[in-house]
Design a protein around this ligand. Sequence first.
Ligand code: GLU
Length: 412
Amino acid sequence: MIAPLDVQLDRDDRTMVQPDVLVVCDRGKVVRRCVYGAPDFVAEILSKSTWEKDMYVKLGKYEAAGVREYWIVDPKKKRVLVYDFEHTDFPALYTFMDQIPVGIFDGESGEESMELTEEILRDALHYGKAFTKLGRTAQYIPELRAVNRYYLGICTMDLDGNVLEVGDTRVPFTIQSISKLVSLILAIRDCGADHLFHEKVGVEPTGDPFNSIVKLETKTRPFNPFINAGAITVASCIQGKDADEKFGRFLEFTRKLCNNHEIALNQPVYESERETGDRNRALAYYLKASGILEGDVEECLDFYFRMCSVDVTAHDIAYMSLVLANHGIDPLDGEELIEPQYAKAIRALMLTCGMYDGSGEFAMTVGFPAKSGVGGGIAVPLVDRMGIGVFGPALDEKGNSAGGIKILEYLS
Ligand code: GLU
């Protein structure tokens, strides 16, 4: 979405070349980055990296993501490090500052957002529609099974307040696993990130289905907070004397994160989740037996089933994503809803674990941090740029919105 800067170098025997990614550093600190042809996750990783640190190990990742030409410009050291995957096996160091327009170092100039228009979104929706018939709605409860699988919508909100919506962006659907973002933030607040991530859950992808039980026997802690075992553990860390109180806090916070005070529980979905949730029950009792889950198991599960059964829209989750993209700050009133370092941690977890066992492939093809739910939603925070909410209840075999993924693939 970023228009190319007019930055080109006449290099060696080649005529004007342009990078896929350009990072401007100032004494090892990244002060500016521009992405031309590379997926956003590459930019996200880059923005966290300091000069040259870990760069070499990441090269394979960039290459796999389709980056062909990647420059780091360091004005202080007067050098440009060029990773040219097409023409050399190894990065080459160039010193040709004279050719670089001064404008690229002065912060603001040159980097413009290419305007995302409703027309582009319509095209993306049209593209995604074709894939809805390849998926099917979640089958495990009647309420989800019965949803019209051809629903599809996308809503984007940027930091300047521009909102674009096409398709079924105001159709309610249950938040399902996207609720795991909200509960994670609450649990970090309530029991501290150190305790949570050291004692209770890990931060690594599993490669197993979201409701898998298999790793619990060989590994004490659940792998990450987004698989069900991890999310149930996280739910047990939220304070409240009973499920009602926990859910009250969860609902209030979800409403804030979505900027919608009408968000409410979908009672029939909740009842079905509770009635059919034996696998989650098995996970929870196993976790209790292993000493990971503390407190009353049924109380914890009751809260977990309720948090999954809250109705939201694509518009709502676009706002939640916008808050994450804005480092946890509510863009409307400036209130810090999530501490910036945790917003960053959550975006990172979304990148590696947010799309169930399809996370790796999604990172390759789309490259955005994202969290999906079996209700058909996908929340996508693009840091410093926008929040995206997608809804499409026809799911692929991994449990992700089939049409939704294709919309995002189109936009990326
Ligand atoms: N209620 C579902 C479960 O826990 C949520 C699944 C999901 O969206 O991944 O099984």
